[in-house]
Design a protein around this ligand. Structure first.
Ligand code: FAD
Length: 469
């Protein structure tokens, strides 16, 4: 009987254990992508980027004589309908770890098994299953460094091969078209601006990994913190949609290490930060929605999104160059340098005393590398409410940060046009990317700081010192 291969955030053909298992089972393979609960939870830019990824995977499958069948509806019901239509005896997929997907997959599994259909999920989105890493007392890790020590010498299996034969069925079930789904509808003018920055699909991801290992990994420990330097792998976009696997990256890093490129160790550590985020989300799903440290519930977070200061932050017009440059980078490229993410998050949560959830959700609207676990962990880390977080009283000063990490102002000049006689295209592009309703024009003056840096810092520290916990 045929096997339905249910693609989700695993948009690739290489190193795909569920695909290999479907082929090993024998019989035809029917690749399927569902517009289901997992897609409904996606917001603007992530939904748009997913649409591009799905279209790309569909084309790759067609190149190999296969297809990607598209269907809308709740997963369990839609898969049962497909089983009925195709006579499939098995449904295979790659495991997901966020609570929405886990609930969906558990329901689908029981519905399929109740009809005697083999339903099986495979690991691969992570290197280390979250429940497989335990402290000596059998608990989960709440601090990164011991987590890193626990996994760094573990054997990571070699990536599996890319199949050449995709075993198509004699007849294909009907498919919807991606155009019907309008996944990019929310992107407004941004789609055209961000599109050239997208590195789509597994071929682009592999090329990116190869170039990074050849040209950048050696200097990575020094340059990874400099937002004006193109010194990081930029693989988060592809990792987030499974266009590349963490173990492909891990083995490339290991090879570089063995070739004497010591900088690769630092890259491996960053990949493990991603694993750590998933470890935390799996063991404590409240990471996504609530203060991880519940005593922070008593903190006087401001949750009003209509505040003038929040609006200025979202529009990248705080008058603080590092903050505005980073947010503008996000509108133009769909991504933001890690140093920028830390600065804008600290500024929103501390200088502006805003709830981290407001920032987290904004990133979820705007990032093409949006990842539920890394985003939530990053925001709670920045706010001080998360596990292994930066202490609240350590308030980044965005001006001194600029002197440390963007000494010659390359980053600021790349993204902020105001004040430059002949700004680069990158800086101009911000005005084309943002929605017209924001009514921001390229000849507007650059704003004065909405909060004085030292006053903002004092406000944050006062709130912290007078807190109720
Ligand atoms: P590289 O420096 O090349 O690192 C390689 C890989 O390691 C990355 O692709 C990523 O998968 C992983 N990694 C690196 N740093 C981290 C980190 N701090 N936490 C978890 N994984 C990490 N990352 C996302 O992928 N999606 C998000 O939505 C996201 N939101 C964030 C929000 C905030 C407030 C903060 C502070 C960080 C966030 N990060 C997020 C983590 C980090 O900023 C990005 O992973 C990184 O900037 C991606 O660039 P890169 O691929 O060039 O990373």
């Amino acid at each position: 009987t045929p096997t339905i291969l249910w693609f989700r955030r695993d948009l690739r053909l290489s190193d795909h254990p569920a695909l290999m298992a479907a082929l090993a089972r024998g019989g035809p393979v029917i690749p399927v992508f569902l517009n289901d609960e997992g897609v409904e939870m996606l917001r603007t830019a992530p939904a748009w980027r997913l649409g591009l990824g799905v279209a790309h995977l569909g084309a790759r499958l067609e190149d190999r004589g296969s297809r990607l069948i598209l269907r809308s509806g709740p997963a369990a019901r839609t898969l049962l309908e497909l089983v009925e239509e195709t006579g499939a005896g098995a449904v295979y997929w790659m495991r997901a770890y966020d609570p929405t997907s886990v609930a969906r997959d558990t329901e689908a599994k029981s519905a399929l098994r109740a009809r005697d259909v083999e339903a099986k999920s495979f690991p691969g989105h992570l290197m280390f299953e979250p429940w497989s890493v335990e402290t000596k007392t059998g608990g989960f890790y709440k601090v990164y460094t011991p987590f890193w020590r626990a996994v760094k010498n573990r054997e990571v299996a070699e990536p599996c091969a890319t199949p050449s034969d995709l075993a198509p069925p004699d007849a294909w079930p009907e498919s919807e078209t991606l155009g019907d789904w309008a996944l990019g509808a929310g992107m407004d003018r941004g789609a055209e601006v961000v599109r050239p920055w997208v590195r789509l699909g597994e071929e682009a991801a592999q090329a990116r990994l190869g170039a990074f290992m050849a040209e950048k990994v050696e200097t990575y420990p020094k340059t990874r913190d400099l937002p004006g330097v193109d010194g990081t792998s930029c693989l988060s976009e592809n990792l987030s949609l499974g266009e590349i696997t963490p173990r492909q990256c891990w083995h490339a890093g290991m090879r570089a290490l063995h070739e004497g490129k010591d900088g690769a160790e630092s890259f491996l550590q960053e990949l493990v930060w991603r694993e750590f985020a998933y470890h935390l989300m799996w063991h404590t799903p409240r990471l996504l929605s609530d203060n991880w440290k519940s005593d922070w519930d008593a903190f006087p977070w401001n949750e009003d999104e209509r505040r003038r200061e929040v609006i200025a932050w979202k529009r990248a017009r705080t008058g603080v160059p590092f903050v505005d440059a980073a947010l503008r980078e996000m509108y133009v490229t769909g991504r933001m340098h890690n140093r920028g993410r830390m600065i804008v998050a600290s500024y929103l949560c501390k200088h502006l005393l805003c709830h981290w959830r407001i920032g987290m959700e904004w990133f979820e609207d705007c990032l093409i590398d949006w990842d539920p676990a890394s985003n939530a962990m990053g925001w709670q880390w920045s706010a001080g409410s998360g596990p292994d977080a930066t202490p609240y009283f350590r308030v980044f000063n965005p001006d001194t940060q600029l002197d440390r990490f963007d000494k010659d102002r390359t980053y600021v000049r790349t993204w902020i046009a105001e004040g430059q006689a002949d700004p680069p295209d990158t800086a101009r592009a911000y005005f084309d990317a943002i929605p017209r309703r924001w009514a921001i024009a390229s000849d507007d003056d650059y704003p004065e700081p909405i909060v004085d840096a030292s006053e903002g810092r004092k406000r944050a520290l006062d709130a912290y010192e007078n807190r109720d916990f």
